[in-house]
Design a binder for this molecule. Sequence first.
Ligand code: PMP
Length: 386
Amino acid sequence: YFGAATATAGLACVALLLLRSQRRRPRRDDSVASNALDLIGNTPLLELPSLSAATGCRVLAKAEFLNPGGSAKDRVAAAIVAEAEAAGALREGGTVVEATAGSTGISLALVCAAKGYRCHLVAADDVSPQKRELITALGATLELVRPAAIADAAHPVNVARARAAALGDGSIFADQFENLANTRAHEAGTAAEIWAQRSRECHTRLDWPTRGTVDAFVMGAGTGGTLAGVSRTLKRRKADPRSRIPRRKPSVRVFLADPPGSALFHRVEHGVLYAPQQQERTARRNRYDTIMEGVGCDRLTANFAAARIDAAFRESCAMARRLLRDEGLFVGGSAAMNCVGVLRAAEVLPPGSTIVTVLCDGGQRYLHSVWREERRREGESCAQCG
Ligand code: PMP
């Protein structure tokens, strides 16, 4: 009797210890990172309780602002550089050239600093002083050109391509819009993580609240890389048969949240890409801008073409202030726009659906744009966005 009792107590202790070790699972991987680039990815998936309460759905957001370069573009920059190295296109002493003064430029500058490459960025001359300083502080060179249409040789993308070609072998044009390393980074990273992440209340391997239960994904598109990588991967996945939570839908629904001024909404909803200069553009600084930095596009890029999108919303309402007030989250405009897209998606999804979106970057880079506008609006109210 004594032996049996001891064995039972022993087993109970082991079970308790196992449970405790599962409970103390840290927010992020607790292994030692081998270098700074190892910090890229594995971002937390975070519930947004105020949006869950407002929609009757479970709203989860990938906290991409926690990447070391401050945005999801760290994943893309690391993947583009790694693939170019593996292909032998980028070699020691080489330069990575790209057209952007946005998140991708900042992430490429960081990855190049970590790996010892030179980085040359081409941007329109109306880029904010804050971004110019950040890019040059990270060691990249910044060439400013006048804003131009994509068909014009003076467009930053065309200038960057020409600069890379002039540098010759060993240097690359990163080409985030057409380079499918971008989509692959989100397939292997963002999407795989969303699929595997479980909430902290889950203690056993059988509790997988996101696995197999993601009903919808909402995201804006700049290059379309995030939408392509996540939509392709999630739509391909089958529910985990070990999950106690039944799969609610035969396939994940993917929604594009597109700002006014972008042509992508029409592409998804009507199958045509309107000429935005004539039909759609809402000029902010110049006629080539959409109203939201980083998202919206006037052409069909290879990465966007690879996305599998079910429906699109046209979003413009501000939400950044509400996220700060209700969630304590300080995010940029595209993250806020995605959350407005979540509200729209919830209107067409069954109650209780799990909706995943992305908080692309933090608000620090937008103190003089989105956040200045948010402060100006203080006191005004917006029907959907509080
Ligand atoms: N948000 C921000 C702040 C961005 O810079 C970008 C990319 N330009 C996006 C969202 C859109 O991501 P993707 O390029 O993967 O479509």
